[in-house]
Each structure stands twice: as C-alpha cells, then as structure tokens.
Design a protein around this ligand. Structure first.
Ligand code: PLP
Length: 444
C-alpha cells in the first residue's frame, strides 16, 4: 500500500455505524468531517449494501460502448429531477468520483463550444484558492497552491481570478462584501476579454470546500458571475463535488443563490462513500449541442456508469429523501440538526485562537489565528490545524485540518462536515471535545 504518508501511523478502520467508526483496537471515533465531506447518510446503512449486492448478483458490469442498463437510465432521471427544473431535458454522465467528473465537465465544455461552431474556445477560467481534483486537468483549474506546486510544469495554465473571502477581504469592505463581490466578479469579465474569445467555460465551487474552509460567497456575487458567463456564451460549471446532494441544506448549494449553471458536477455525498461514484449533470443546451451536432461525446472511462456504484448512489438518494436529510442539513431551519451545529460551533469564537467560524448547512470552517485583533496567522511550521486534529483524534473525534487559507501557505483551519444523521447529543459532545482539543493545541 502506497500510503498518503510514510511518516504517519494510520489506524486500521474495521467498522462503521451512524456517525461512528471503529478501528482494529476497538477505539471509537465520531466522524465529524464525514471523512472528507463524503458521508452524508451515516455509516453502515444496510439498505445500501443490500442494493449493491443485489445489483452485483444480477449484473456486475457492462461496457457503456455496448450497453446501457436499466439502473443507469432510471437513476439518471431521478438525479435530473433532484437537480431541479433547470436541468429538465438534460443528461447525466456517471463517473467514479470527483476528479473524473471534473475532467468530464471540462471536456464537455470544450466539445459544446466546438459543436456550436466555436473551435477557438478551449480555455477554462477558474479561481485562486479553489480545489477541483487531483488529475492533471482538474489540477490545472485548481488554485490550491500546495496541491499543485510540484505538478505545475505539467499542467496547462489558464487564467485564475480572485476569490471573495470576507474574513480577510482584499477590499476592506464594511458592507458584508456586497460591493467587493461585484469587484471579484468583474475579474471574470476581464479574464474573458483578455483571452480574446478563447474561453470555453468557467468553473467554481459555489461555496468554498477544503481550500478556504466553507467560505460562503457574498450576496450577488454568484449571480453576477453567471451573468458574465451568459453574456459571453461561456459555460458556467458549478463544482458541487463537496457541496452537492444536500450537504448545505439544499439539494445543491447553488440553489441558495438562485443561480443556474450549465453543468453541475457532484460526487462525495452522491454515494455517501458506499461506492466510487461521481456525476456530471449537463443542461439541455449542452446535451443538444452534441446530440444535434456530431452525435457523440468523445470521452469515456471503462468504469463509467458502473452498475454496482449506481445501485449505491440510487439507494443513497432514496434514503436521504425518505429520511429528510436535506432538511436536517438546513442550518437556517430552526430546530434542525444543522442549526444546532451552527450554534454550537459559533460558541468556539470565544476561544483566543479562533478567528472565524463560517459555513452553511453541515459544512463548516473554523479558522485559527495567532492574534485575533490583527488576524495574524500562525507560523505554518507549527502546523496548528494539524495539532488540533491530533488532539481531537486522541479524544475520539475526526476532523479535517487544512493549511493555506490566507495565501496558499499561511493560515490554519478545520473543515467540519458530519453525516446528517448526527444527533443533538452527538453534536454537543463533538463540539466540547473540539473545544478541549483547540485549548490543548493552543497551550502546547
Ligand atoms: C470541490 C471538489 N472538487 C473536486 C474534488 C475531487 O474529487 P475526488 O477526490 O473524488 O477526485 C474534490 C475533493 O475533495 C472537491 O472538494
């Protein structure tokens, strides 16, 4: 096993149930980050494994160049419906995860432009401090400095525009970033103009995921981006790999701002981790350009639309609808699990090293600072977020520590994204353990 680190000891996970995971030594952990914002419906749900086993028993695999399958056709319809009326008449392309889905979306945007008579359009504009995946195409459009640094010479560079980050706003706004949101969106207009009609698409996470830590966009910002895209016939690709499938209290996060992207990408919560699965949901306009043009999408993976993964995803969708988990994840709904989490996390602001608590639904970021007044970050060598993470693990709490939110190198934060089946008692227990872990790390 080529592990993520040769220096770190990894416990062996053997079992999961609800929000809990157990290792081989029977130590129990509360999964407060849903691994990496993956698990949404809880661990160990028997309906999902049963559906996967039934599908594997009946038909484990066929190649998409030879067959379609009933499960792919039915599930695609259900997902289009879940994505809302904007995607009526659209189509779904299934992959094995987020990065494959992003690659698919980038190529779909390029082919859409070619089929529409714009072969000169091939660039995809993206944002700094973003993450779209680890394959080279997805890394090219990512803005996460640490994750792309050594591979940079291998990737094709297109324009990266700035990203609004209200806690550390570049424009020193005092109006909740209403105005600076427009300034940031204007950068897209300039990037498209400078590229002289070579831009095929623009990709963005509606709400920042791991890189900035659940930063919510300012009012009017996403609407303006969508408007700029539309006016230049540039496709708007919403990367909802992390924020989709209910995580933020809406089916897709973009719904909070009433914006309609041309392509919606999702993964993680799509199968809640029960199987490798991602999906690219393309609007009618995109699908028709290809269907009425060359008639073939020039792209494919051996394992796209794998029946066993689709059985997992389809049953997860039914489960989260039957159990009203999107509602549970709505932090604006009084009495919801997510509103309990929001209030509990807000209380961490009183700690001297907690600079910001931000997020929506069941996706939250806690940013640490060495000085609250000046917002000065910790020295990256201290690995402060990592230390909080270790102190939390010791207490049986799993969180997602990250560095680089200030400028790609400086800045420490945690990403928190528990499964939507977390109870009020579990929220309270987790936040009290987290508080102790932060105090321990700050005192060390
Ligand atoms: C917003 C976003 N896009 C894409 C990806 C890549 O997904 P995967 O790791 O499944 O390839 C991630 C993974 O964290 C992500 O958060």
């Amino acid at each position: 096993m080529l592990r993520r680190s040769f220096r770190k000891e990894f416990p062996a996970a053997v079992r999961g149930e609800g929000v809990w995971l157990w290792d081989a030594e029977e130590k129990k952990y509360l999964d407060f980050s849903g691994s990496a914002a993956v698990n949404f419906i809880g661990h160990g749900v028997k309906e999902i494994s049963a559906a996967m086993a039934a599908q594997a028993n009946q038909l484990e695999f066929v190649h998409t160049s030879q067959f379609t399958t009933p499960i792919a056709e039915e599930y695609a319809y259900e997902l289009l419906e879940f994505a809302g009326s904007n995607f009526a008449g659209g189509a779904v392309y299934f992959t094995c995860g987020g990065s494959e889905s992003i690659e698919t979306a980038l190529k779909l945007a390029r082919q859409y432009q070619v089929e529409s008579g714009h072969a000169e359009r091939y660039q995809v504009v993206s944002r700094t401090q973003s993450y779209h995946g680890s394959t080279l195409g997805a890394l090219a459009v990512s803005g996460n400095r640490r994750r792309r640094e050594i591979y940079q010479p291998m990737v094709r560079e297109f324009a990266h525009i700035g990203m609004p980050y209200c806690y550390r706003c570049n424009y020193d706004c005092t109006d909740g970033c209403r105005n600076c949101g427009q300034e940031y969106a204007a950068e897209l207009e300039s990037a498209i103009t400078e590229a002289k009609c070579a831009v095929a698409g623009f990709i963005a996470e509606p709400m920042s995921g791991a890189t900035l830590g659940a930063v919510v966009p300012p009012p009017g910002y996403l609407q303006k981006l969508a408007e700029v895209c539309r006016s230049h016939d540039v496709l708007f690709i919403a990367d909802e790999v992390m924020t989709g499938m209910g995580r933020t209290g809406r089916n897709f996060a973009i719904e909070h701002w009433d914006v309609t992207p041309d392509i919606l990408v999702t993964a993680k919560g799509l199968s809640s981790g029960y199987a490798p699965l991602g999906a690219v949901i393309a609007s009618k306009k995109v699908v028709e350009a290809i269907a009425n043009g060359s008639g073939a999408f020039l792209h494919g993976f051996t394992y796209n639309a794998h029946p066993v993964s689709l059985a997992a995803g389809r049953t997860v969708l039914k489960y989260l609808q039957d159990h009203k988990l999107v509602e549970a994840a709505d932090s604006t709904r009084p009495g919801s699990t997510a509103s309990r989490l929001r209030l509990a996390l807000e209380s961490l602001r009183e700690l001297k090293v907690v600079g910001d608590v931000r997020g929506l639904g069941l996706l939250w970021g806690v940013e640490f600072v060495a000085d609250k007044q000046t917002k000065k970050p910790f020295d990256p060598q201290l690995s402060f977020a990592g230390r909080v993470g270790q102190a939390a693990v010791k207490r049986g709490l799993l969180v997602y520590p990250m560095q680089g939110c200030v400028d790609g190198i400086f800045g420490d934060h945690l990403l928190l994204a528990p499964p939507a089946v977390i109870t009020a008692e579990e929220v309270d227990w987790a936040v009290s353990q987290l508080r102790d872990a932060i105090v321990e790390a700050a005192g060390a």
